[in-house]
Design a binder for this molecule. Structure first.
Ligand SMILES: [Zn+2]
Length: 80
């Protein structure tokens, strides 16, 4: 099983991906929040995103949230 399923993308790719997912305008209007700490997500603090339960979850770049994310990955609760 590949446990490195998380999409790690940067800058242009990230913006393109957000556009594709229909999230870029939400992002611009600061309507997106970190799944873990509920911080408003911007392009500056967006660490990664992953699909869960049929929707896209965003994670900010705080150490705590990145840790949460890796434990989620370890426990295998993320499915694509
Ligand atoms: Zn966070």
């Amino acid at each position: 099983m590949n446990k490195e399923k998380i999409k790690s993308v940067h800058d242009e790719d990230l913006e393109r991906l957000l556009e594709k997912l229909g999230l870029s305008s939400k992002l611009r209007h600061e309507k997106l929040k970190c799944t873990f700490c509920k911080t408003i997500i911007t392009l500056e603090n967006l660490h990664s995103l992953f699909p869960q339960s049929g929707s896209i979850k965003l994670v900010c770049d705080r150490v705590e949230c990145v840790k949460e994310l890796s434990s989620l990955l370890r426990e295998g609760n993320i499915s694509l």
